[in-house]
Design a protein around this ligand. Sequence first.
Ligand code: FE2
Length: 375
Amino acid sequence: METTVASPQAKEAQDFMPINGTDYLELYVSNAKQAAHYYRSAFGFKALAYAGLETGVKDRESYVVVQDKIRLVLTSPLRSGTEIGRHIDKHGDGVKVTALWVDDATKAYEEAIKRGAKSFMEPNAMEDAHGKVVRSGIHTYGEVVHIFIERNDYNGIFLPGYKEWNTSYNPEPVGLKYVDHMVGNVELGQMNEWVKFYEEVMGFTQIMSFDDKDISTEYTALMSKVMSNGNGRIKFPINEPAPGLKKSQVDEYLEFYEGAGVQHIAVATDNIIQTVTDLKNRGVEFLQVPDTYYDVLSERVGEIDEDIDALRPLGILVDRDDEGYLLQIFTKTVQARPTMFFEIIQRKGATSFGKGNFKALFEALEREQELRGTL
Ligand code: FE2
């Protein structure tokens, strides 16, 4: 994950918001206990920490699961009339918090606020016997928030207020390593607003863009711009729908999520064939492209290390850019509403996002939409 830049000094000077990586993602879900079981049994996450009635928290319950560098926090309310309950009623299950690991949460907050961010949480310190964590937070698109986490003086299990979650049920991991990128869907006409937000408020740069000529099928289209922080460890593509003959997948998301939100979380693996085999064996469902995709694959991407006959039955996709190639696959949506899903990605040099697969993928998505009657 090490990224070098041409001129470290120049980059350092302009990076007013250095970020070490994704700290955790918190999902508000209607049944955190069952969601935690799903992510452990199906996705190979391990039980890490718990907060709730047993730790003195009265209004909510949170389960934290981990796989290598990926931490998911699954939170449900314990009673009616809560903010979390309202969020779930409106959006269904979804990502509420993208927590970013920083060295100085107070400075990150002040820099962002100074540049126009809307405050979600003022800097505050939490302490327990294992040390101190400072947190602060700002709003981004929809009801999603970024929380800055400063944890250099902390060696507890997760955060103060959480206790270790001990369980004898610990399924094998499936080889998921870290969050590669996290994609947001925003309303028509809003993409450039949020691009500006990440540029001006967070010091990100736009590293790529796709328009409806790149990303369109007979029926649907979308536009996307990819924002990256200074060291490249945080990548946030932002999509907006483009007019098509029928309702696009982004429109469907916006309708069912009732607004902007996180569309997919891409997680990296070093061995996508093994990872996807394991996930499928555990019941994770993936979008399937037609078999003809593989008939022209070598022609399109050239020589690759993997045997195409091993990729074909799993439905793994391949794309190439100037720097190398990547393998990727997308799950079906993972909650009741047709909103959020996961991407599994293995990069072999490529730094892009699989543009060459968009058409085949969107046609697969449209087949799913058709079944739901929402195309
Ligand atoms: Fe992606």
